[in-house]
Design a protein around this ligand. Structure first.
Ligand SMILES: NC(=O)c1ccc[n+]([C@@H]2O[C@H](COP(=O)([O-])OP(=O)(O)OC[C@H]3O[C@@H](n4cnc5c(N)ncnc54)[C@H](O)[C@@H]3O)[C@@H](O)[C@H]2O)c1
Ligand SMILES: O=C(O)[C@H](O)COP(=O)(O)O
Length: 534
């Protein structure tokens, strides 16, 4: 059955065409739907792609029983209940870069409109007047622009401000000095320091707890008289009430707003009546170029997530430095190692491990967080509802069960090696594996035993006395039960002592076969690890 994708909010055609080109995807394109109608329909879809107009609420996500991916053709995901998406294992993918230039250009469009009184000039001409003397403006040259948030858009605003001959200052506590130096931007140590210097303040941060109301009554009062404020980021970063008061008092000379706390902005909103304000209806990203960019980015990523389980672009999966695709074999062997450790410990009576420690070889350092997610997934799959368990929510679910997750590099491992160790109150078991660019991943150690096996489909792990005849008896029993052996690796610590066999078999092994293996002479234990699809 094809995956069903709902596309809404006027996502650009070039992006939608990428989805439609895939025979395994069935695409329904609809205008922005009323909340109730979307709630009705969402249960039929594996993915939804939209823009800021569609609210992906907690209620919607809980209704969406099949949903695997939310694609946002744009940057802001403040319209998505991210915590709930993560809890439910739904990937959220945005298109962070495609509309940067559109916003940065509009910043100067609205600023110049404001300081050269363009709306009034146009209106006066339409009205048949020739009002030159009342339209005296000011220039950007030599003025100080104070940028709050020196990220993608803030940086482009800085570059354009330089072109206008402005003094460029910025406040962003999360950006390193080197970036300020590269952009030739004066670093304000605090927001207050920025406000003290700026003629124009423009905000370019995301809307977070920290940035809600960032520019409020106190901050506006600190701005020098005649200052200008622009918010083309998110409604609520500048406090509307405080801004209205500062404009009415004349302390702030002008403002430009593209975004609002509630969108669409109410027809009777007081903001619409404020003097010397340029209001635009959230059109920062509304250029043909930007819409094409973000639609293509988001749709390609949604397609890859559905068809290839490619989650490297997902915002709520652990970060990967480097290529997600290249990390896949290491994620697989990590997940398998954790599943083997969990299954063996469970058969020893320890079902609730308290700590998972993942160690990675030097070449996997950039993927540690994603590998930890894979380890958490392996440690709980088989004991958690399979439907919704994946790389996105595995860590949260494991931690909710009281499993502490730890990751670090180990010089003792080969560069592409991993080791997953699970520890309970009394027992600890470590399983190691290795991956390579060419070959299939291999498990290389279980506890103290060196092994060499590809963890595919089903693994039988036997402990036995190291005496002749065991391998033959195991092979005969499995053959009689119709179980095909793919690989059989026998390991021992010392001749005649304890031995461990790892048998990779095709298909499933039922409980009866396992019991008969346990009952064989000289076999001490038999565990069956049934791997879930990757
Ligand atoms: N009007 C539109 O149509 C439109 C279009 C695109 C983006 N946006 C919005 O613009 C904003 C910026 O987008 P971006 O792509 O540049 O994001 P970004 O993540 O690249 O940059 C945001 C910057 O804000 C900084 N920041 C975070 N908290 C801060 C704080 N408390 N004080 C100072 N700086 C802080 C971050 O360190 C980061 O450098 C977002 O809110 C986004 O949703 C609006
Ligand atoms: O976050 C964004 O990308 C912008 O605010 C644009 O939103 P839009 O896709 O609704 O125009």
């Amino acid at each position: 059955m094809p995956f069903r994708v709902l596309v809404t909010d006027d996502v650009d055609r070039d992006g939608v065409a990428l989805l439609e080109a895939e025979p395994q995807l069935s695409v329904d394109e609809v205008p922005t739907l009323p909340k109730e109608e979307l709630l009705e329909r969402i249960g039929d879809y594996d993915a939804i792609v939209g823009r800021s107009a569609t609210k992906i609420s907690a209620e919607l996500l809980r209704r969406a029983k099949r949903l695997r991916v939310v694609g946002r053709a744009g940057v802001g995901v403040d319209n998505v209940a991210m915590d709930v998406a993560t809890e439910l294992g739904i990937a959220v993918i945005n298109a962070p870069a495609g509309n940067t230039i559109a916003v940065a250009e509009l910043v100067f469009g609205v600023l110049i409109s404001l300081i050269r009184h363009l709306p009034r000039a146009v209106e006066s001409m339409r009205a048949g007047r020739w009002d030159r003397s009342s339209l005296l403006g000011t220039e950007l040259l030599g003025k100080t622009i104070g940028i709050v948030g020196l990220g993608r858009i803030g940086s482009e605003v800085a570059a354009r401000a330089h072109a206008f001959g402005m003094q460029v200052h910025a406040f962003d506590p999360y950006v390193a000095d080197a970036r300020f130096t590269t952009l030739r931007v004066h670093r304000a140590a605090t927001l207050d320091a920025l406000l003290d210097e700026a003629d124009i303040v423009t905000v370019h941060t995301p809307l977070t707890d920290e940035t809600t109301g960032l520019i409020g009554r106190r901050e506006l009062a600190r701005l020098r008289p005649g200052g200008i404020v622009a918010n083309l980021a998110r409604g609520g970063i500048v406090d509307d009430g405080a801004l209205a008061a500062a404009l009415e008092s004349g302390h702030v000379k002008g403002a430009a707003l593209d975004v609002y706390v509630a969108e669409p902005l109410a027809a009777d909103s007081a903001l619409r009546k404020l003097p010397n304000v340029i209001l635009t209806p959230h059109i920062g990203a509304s250029t043909a170029e930007a819409q094409r960019n973000v639609a293509v980015d988001a749709c390609a990523a949604v397609r890859d997530a559905l068809l290839s389980n490619e989650l490297g672009r997902s915002m709520n999966v652990a970060a990967v430095d480097g290529q997600w695709r290249e990390l896949q074999p290491a994620m697989l062997v990590t997940r398998r190692a954790a599943a083997v450790a969990r299954a063996l410990l469970a058969d020893m009576g320890m079902r609730a491990p308290q700590r998972l420690t993942l160690r990675c070889g030097a070449s996997l350092a950039g993927g540690q967080q994603a590998l930890l997610s894979a380890a958490a997934l392996g440690a709980i799959e088989g004991t958690a509802e399979a439907e919704r368990l994946n790389m996105i929510n595995a860590r949260a679910l494991a931690e909710a069960r009281g499993l502490e997750l730890v990751v670090g590099e180990s010089a003792a491992l080969p560069p592409l090696g991993v080791e997953v160790s699970l520890r309970g109150a009394m027992q600890e078991l470590a399983v190691a594996g290795i991956t390579s660019a060419e070959g299939a991943p291999r498990l290389t150690r279980i506890g103290g035993f060196r092994v060499d096996v590809n963890p595919r489909q089903t693994l039988i792990v036997l402990t036995n006395r190291d005496v002749p005849g065991v391998i033959g008896r195991v092979g005969t029993l499995l053959g009689d039960a119709g179980v095909n052996i793919a690989e059989y690796h026998q390991a021992r610590l010392a001749q005649g002592g304890e031995a461990l066999a790892v048998v990779s078999v095709d298909g499933r092994v039922d409980a009866g076969v396992r019991q008969r293996l346990c009952d064989l002479p000289d076999v001490q234990s038999a565990s069956v690890v049934q791997f879930r699809e990757a």
